[in-house]
Design a protein around this ligand. Structure first.
Ligand code: PHE
Length: 351
């Protein structure tokens, strides 16, 4: 039995030479030292020995057991040190290396303009509203004093949605944000000071026009609204958005949904409204003024469509393009409006 024990030690030492990974070591350990392992099997033989033999073999058995355990411990030390080394190697990190700066994005310049515009009008008590961008013909035209087949509709090169007519006509991709006027009045909360900003769609695409663009629509409905107030609001906006030295003028115009109607012009930033730079015609505006968009006193028929009595209520409205307004801001000289939505990072990152 003594021989068998010593043989087991030698056998284990030899086996362990060939073990290279910790998991394999565990397999061998169970096989040798486990409850039903080789050593336990051998030691069962102790039971049949007499007391003297037991003493001698007991000492040997102890030595062998310790020898085996030492052999396992040595291999385990060696293998775990190697494992740590390998891990360090694979997860090596140089703390002194310059980091990779994560790219921080920002809002698109149209979104920035929408926020600026909203904030400026908020100072005057205008509340931001949203209205459908796909709406009934009724809100886009009919309620705006443009009955079906009225030639004025042609000015809004409209996309119609295929499908059945409803009680409020066909559906259109809103060609202007003016559809929000009667919708806002239908809410029944007066007075109204609304700034509605949304997408508009027209059948047009060239260096100055996009088929999908934004407008901001101002609407005031109150007991006594006046052209003077309209002019004041326009001036306040122009000075806040374009700069304190800019002035505005209202030029007579025609819209079916306002009476009187105006085009709002803003003095040119390049020639300061004079139309000339060093005695030569201003290249940007040619005559001192840049056209911002339409405005006017809300037509009595529109007020009626909104459920109000035009003798009691009056109002003014304006509707201007976000992109056009933004491009008129000094310093932004874009010669093709379509660049705004081409997602060219070289352009977008500049703002
Ligand atoms: N809806 C008009 C347009 O798209 C602009 C406008 C709005 C004019 C409100 C007058 C009043 O051109």
């Amino acid at each position: 039995m003594e021989n068998e024990l010593r043989q087991l030690l030698a056998e284990v030492q030899a086996r362990l030479l060939g073990v290279n990974v910790l998991a394999d070591l565990e397999v061998v350990r169970i096989e040798v030292l486990g409850r039903k392992g080789k050593l336990a099997e051998l030691l069962k033989g102790l039971a049949v020995l007499d007391i003297n033999e037991k003493k001698v073999i007991g000492v040997v058995a102890n030595e062998v057991k310790m020898g085996i355990e030492r052999a396992f411990a040595e291999v385990e030390d060696k293998l775990s040190a190697a494992a740590v080394l390998a891990k360090n190697e694979s997860e090596w990190l140089d703390m002194t290396m310059p980091g990779v700066t994560p790219e921080v994005g920002h809002t698109h310049l149209t979104t920035q303009a929408i926020e600026d515009i909203t904030n400026i009008f908020a100072h005057l008590g205008f509340v931001r509203a949203r209205h459908p961008e796909v709406d009934w013909d009724y809100y886009a035209f009919e309620a705006m004093n443009m009955p079906s087949d009225h030639p004025a509709r042609d000015d809004w090169e409209t996309f119609f949605v295929k499908g059945e007519k409803g009680v409020k006509g066909k559906m259109v991709l809103t060609p202007h944000t003016s559809n929000g006027q009667v919708r806002e009045m239908e809410k029944g909360v007066f007075p109204i000071r609304m700034i509605s900003i949304g997408k508009c769609f027209r059948r047009q695409a060239d260096v100055r026009h996009l088929p999908s663009f934004y407008q901001f629509e101002g609407l005031v409905i109150d007991k006594k609204a006046s052209v003077t107030e309209l002019k004041g609001v326009c001036d306040y906006f122009a000075k806040s958005y374009f700069g304190p030295d800019r002035v505005t003028r209202l030029r007579p115009y025609h819209f079916r949904f306002t009476e009187p109607s105006f085009e709002l012009d803003v003095s040119c930033s390049v020639c300061s409204g004079t139309g000339k730079v060093d005695g030569v015609k201003c290249k940007l505006c040619k005559e001192g003024w840049l056209e911002l968009g339409g405005a006017g006193m809300v037509h009595p028929n529109v007020i009626k469509a909104g459920g109000l009595d035009p003798d009691e209520y009056s109002g003014f409205a304006f509707g201007w393009g976000v992109e056009r307004t933004m491009m008129m801001r000094a310093g932004l000289n874009i010669d093709d409006i379509r660049i705004l939505y081409k997602n060219d990072l070289r352009f977008i990152r500049q703002f």
